[in-house]
Design a protein around this ligand. Structure first.
Ligand SMILES: Nc1ncnc2c1ncn2[C@@H]1O[C@H](COP(=O)(O)OP(=O)(O)O)[C@@H](O)[C@H]1O
Ligand SMILES: [Mg+2]
Length: 333
């Protein structure tokens, strides 16, 4: 009886399985939500499931926390690593420090070149420091990493275990901001160049490496945006628990992502205590079940038609391939 009540409120209309079947070109899968709700675990189950379908899959993380190595019980840090015992599955925990250093070097070269080009006699270092010592720079380096991986085109499916909090949205939202910024830069460079040509006696066109860089950068960003906003290829899933805070977080995320034109694949409700486990349970457990019933109702109302799966709270943490193999079929039931 009670179980029926809970399931009526947050019900699965189009399941995860149906969703991926209806989206056969799906290649870029992301998981977002509050910290601790199960993003890493669900990304792992999803990647494993795709790999078991025979598709070359990578499970990737730009998250500085070494969560994938922990999930898989295998060191996957810093390089594409075949997952032990699973054909078609690779895991890759991107070394963000490495990426940040690389970006710093590139920016330094560009600034040095520009200062020389513009005949400004200032040390590049100050500019480099200003450009690279802020959290947005780290995020942008992580974004670049993600895009590099996507463009390398080495896999059929990419499952990203994204960072918690607002990073995920910013990582993707950044592509739009980059696009606008680069357009502005390109326009002002064009104007400067036209002026320079008009003022110079020699009519030969000057080469402008900064302009070339901006154009190629804009091309990359536009390509990334094209991929990330294409509902045939990209889906962002949001994970919540039957609790107030994680629901509030994904409600906000979904609104943001919808604004950015980033395709929302749906909602996964995780760690739901099974009603039947409450029958002979202590009062504490029965209270939790009563509480989650209310939140399941809220989820059913707020995310009508978007719930792709409702997963139980398992009696153990999910860790290792065997554990993922046991649970993935429930996500893709
Ligand atoms: N349905 C579940 N049942 C039992 N434990 C779970 C479940 N989902 C996640 N966990 C556990 O909860 C913890 C947090 O999950 P994790 O995927 O790391 O969250 P996130 O990546 O969102 O921070 C992990 O120890 C994981 O094994
Ligand atoms: Mg995680």
């Amino acid at each position: 009886m009670a179980q029926v009540a809970a399931e009526r409120h947050a019900s699965v209309e189009t399941s995860m399985h149906e969703f991926v079947e209806r989206t056969p070109d799906l290649r870029y899968v992301f998981f977002g939500g509050k910290g601790g709700v199960g993003k890493t675990v669900l990304a792992g189950m999803t990647a494993l499931w795709f790999a078991r379908q025979g598709r070359r899959t990578v499970l990737a993380s730009t998250n500085p926390v070494h969560s994938l190595s922990g999930l898989l019980d295998q060191d996957v840090f810093g390089k594409h690593t075949p997952v032990d015992g699973v054909e078609n599955l690779w895991a890759f925990e991107i070394d963000t420090r490495d990426a940040i250093e690389r970006s710093k070097r590139e920016i330094r070269e560009k600034i040095q070149w520009f200062l020389k080009f513009a005949e400004i006699s200032t040390k590049a270092e100050e500019f480099v420091e200003a450009a690279t010592t802020n959290p947005a720079f780290e995020e942008s380096a992580m974004f670049e990493n993600m895009v590099d991986l996507m463009f390398a085109d080495a896999y059929d499916v990419y499952v990203f275990d994204t960072a918690p909090t607002a990073n995920a949205r910013r990582l993707l939202g950044m592509s739009k901001v980059y696009g606008l910024w680069v357009n502005k830069m390109v326009k002002s460079r064009e104007e400067a160049q036209t002026l320079r040509e008009a003022l110079s006696f020699t009519k030969k066109k000057e080469q402008d490496p900064l302009m070339e860089y901006l154009l190629s950068f804009r091309g990359r960003i536009e390509h990334a945006r094209e991929l990330l906003t294409d509902p045939a290829r990209t889906a962002f899933f949001f994970v919540t628990l039957p609790e107030a805070l994680p629901i509030a977080v994904i409600r906000r995320f979904i609104a943001w992502f919808t604004d950015f034109g980033i395709p929302v694949g749906g909602v996964v409700v995780n760690q739901v205590i099974r009603e039947e486990d409450g029958l002979d349970a202590p009062e504490f457990v029965r209270n939790r079940i009563a509480m989650q019933r209310e939140y399941l109702e809220q989820i059913g109302n707020d995310f009508a038609g978007m719930v792709r799966a409702i997963l139980p709270l398992y009696d153990d943490e999910i860790r290792g391939v065997a554990s993922l193999d046991r649970t993935a079929p429930e996500l893709f039931a």
